[in-house]
Design a protein around this ligand. Sequence first.
Ligand SMILES: [Zn+2]
Length: 159
Amino acid sequence: MANRDRLCVQLMSDALFIYPDRLRGGKTETLQGVLPAEAIGPEFSGGIAVGGEAYLAGERLVLSLDLDGEVKIPCKICNHPVAVPLGVRGYCHVEELEGMRPRGMCRGKIDLTPIIRGILLVEVPPFAECEGSCPERKRLEEISKKESHGFHPFEKLLP
Ligand SMILES: [Zn+2]
């Protein structure tokens, strides 16, 4: 039930929906809003601030997007979550309106959430490390140094 309430609030807030019919006649709509983590994914815990504009070029929807927020990904050394800032400026996204009808468009409006999620997934770095250099790194380097001097059980098998 709580989930359903949250979904309704989200759907009632028009901040991140586009109504293509309102853009006809060369109008440009300014985008401004925050996508909450519930909509975009728990790793974007502070939400994603969305800015930019939308307009039509013939039967194509053109979005110019500014996205700001942060993503939490595990440190490659110690596995603790690291907050990595994300900032995207003027990302240009073009969609054929005809192609959107079966999926993104519902009652004449387009939800920008899946488009923004797709952009963010490309922007998230594959690795992160605590504060640029994990405190655990030194300890791991010591261990791997010790191991390389010590026990080599398969040494005799090498040619
Ligand atoms: Zn770490």
